[in-house]
Design a protein around this ligand. Structure first.
Ligand code: ADP
Ligand code: MG
Length: 488
């Protein structure tokens, strides 16, 4: 019998807010342990939660970005459990009436080659709800340490339908989801900082069957490569069990990165184990429809839509748009540059090739320039560079040199051209003399050109470019050489 894998993901995303979900305690990454707490975070008796409306609005925006329906009313439930990461002995979450319902995410599967556009399809979501993060336990050799800094931080939990069928699809889904969330400014989704964590539910069923098999759940996968490896391991493990005539047990498993295997943590808890009940301290939240419409209007285009628009509007190739559009910083930079000089192809090339190359070189050298916002270049720099090339002030070749220099100093390209005397020479008298010299010195190339080998003329351009330090106008040089040979 052949089996098909069925996968459903639950993704926790930390919503970018200044303060926590139910109190004014701030949250910043990397603060010393237990410095970002207060009486509410620590669950001290007599404290009461106060809603963070910004977290609700951002979660609603996330839902709108992913095509969810925003509930008329959402409410808060207590998920009761006894564990040291939660001083209240319950987690505030939305069990019965979540904020966002349904929704779907467009994914792109890898094509036959990296440069060829892959197949697209939509993955269905079940819901998105808000909850608070628990504290973080660190298990040492003999003790367990607890840090409550993260406790109470707002999380959006995105739950998919069992609508993914391979580890490749799961990876494509997580990438597409992350791009949408980062684009909308809801979270940075930095998995290394715990801003995005994934639980993977995996089951198998005979190919052709509609019924779902028994699933296992792997908790807290903290990188996309771990999600991929954990799913693949689980598919193999379940296949072996079923082929041996055994049953898959419904359980929660832990993925162990070092050994590349997973082991059983506990048999799966059921909803009734948590004794969910409505929180008596928090009122249900009525979602104002006018405000929801405003939030929807603030949202950017989805990254794959931007990509398709760039392909049709600017005729940019997929190899460029697939780099430009996964990162909102880059696509915003591109659009800002177009306002200064509307040369989409040249500007997109500078951003996706030269700029990204310089950025990665700078970070390898240990400089702080890692992201576009941290580097000295602005959209005006790149647009002006494209402009002065189009206007014939400098050649494309000299443009490369100017790019490196302006990345280093932050000077505007025209100022660099002026300072270093890089202006393209349009002085036909000077160039003509150099051309005559080149023709006289290379009879062989001249002969080949005359016999119809057009490319032979390139050999004559080298010495002229060298003598003018690359400043001869290439189009002028080409025309002049041809004219002189034809006449001579
Ligand atoms: P729970 O609340 O117990 O975690 P849910 O019904 O909310 O269970 O489902 C959690 C996730 O598990 C969802 O992403 C869902 O798509 C997925 N899932 C449920 N059943 C299966 C199954 N048989 N195989 C694979 N994934 C499943
Ligand atoms: Mg679950």
């Amino acid at each position: 019998m052949t089996y098909e894998a069925v996968i459903g993901l639950e993704i926790h995303v930390q919503i970018k807010t200044r303060t926590k979900m139910f109190t004014s305690a701030p949250y910043v990454y990397g603060a010393p342990p237990n410095t970002l707490t207060d009486a509410v975070v620590l669950g001290l008796p007599g404290t009461l939660p106060v809603l963070n409306h910004s977290a609700i609005e951002k979660c609603a925006q996330l839902g709108l970005m992913l095509g969810c329906e925003i509930a008329e009313v959402c409410k808060w439930d207590r998920k009761n459990y006894f564990y040291p990461d939660s001083p209240k002995n319950y987690q505030l979450t939305q069990n019965e009436q979540p904020l966002c319902l349904g929704g779907r995410v467009e994914i792109e599967l890898p094509g036959p080659s990296r440069n060829i556009e892959g197949a697209h399809r939509w993955v269905t979501l079940n819901r998105i709800h808000l909850e608070e993060d628990p504290g973080k336990l660190s298990h040492e050799a003999f003790d367990t340490l607890i840090d409550f800094n993260r406790a109470g931080v707002p999380l959006a939990e995105i739950v998919t339908e069992p609508d993914l069928f391979s580890s490749t699809e799961a990876v494509a889904f997580l990438n597409a989801l992350r791009n949408c969330i980062v684009y909308a400014g809801i979270s940075d989704c930095d998995m290394e900082k715990g801003q995005m964590r994934c639980d993977a539910n995996v089951s198998l069923r005979p190919v052709g069957s509609e019924q779902l098999g028994t699933r296992t759940e792997m908790k807290n996968l903290n990188s996309i490569s771990n999600v991929k490896a954990a799913i693949e391991y689980e598919i193999e493990r379940q296949t072996a069990l079923l082929e041996a005539g055994e049953r898959v047990l419904q359980e929660t498993r832990r993925w162990d990165v070092d050994s590349g295997t997973s082991f059983s943590l506990r048999s799966k808890e059921e909803a009734h184990d948590y004794r969910y009940f409505p929180d008596p301290d928090l009122m249900p939240v009525q979602m104002d429809r006018k405000r929801v419409a405003e939030l929807a209007a603030e949202l950017p285009e989805r990254p794959l839509e931007t990509q398709r628009r760039y392909q049709s509007e600017f005729e940019l190739p997929y190899t460029i748009t697939s780099v430009l559009c996964v990162n909102r910083e880059l696509s915003d930079f591109f659009e800002a540059a177009l306002k200064t000089h509307p040369a989409p192809k040249a500007i997109a090339n500078y951003i996706t090739n030269d700029l990204l190359r310089e950025l990665s070189a700078a970070s390898e050298h240990g400089d702080s320039a890692l992201s576009v916002s941290e580097c000295p270049l602005t959209p005006e720099h790149i647009a002006t560079l494209a402009k002065i090339i189009d206007e014939g002030l400098i050649s494309r070749q000299i443009g490369k040199e100017v790019f490196t220099e302006m990345f280093r100093t932050g000077e505007m390209p025209d100022a660099i051209v002026e300072r270093k005397g890089l202006k393209q020479s349009n002085d036909s008298g000077e160039i003509e003399a150099l051309c005559r010299e080149a023709i006289a010195n290379n009879e062989k190339a001249v002969g080949q050109y005359k016999e119809g080998n057009e490319k032979a003329i390139n050999a004559l351009k080298g010495p002229v470019m060298k003598a003018t330090k690359g400043k001869a106008n290439p189009a002028m040089l080409d025309a002049l050489l041809k004219k002189l040979i034809d006449e001579g």
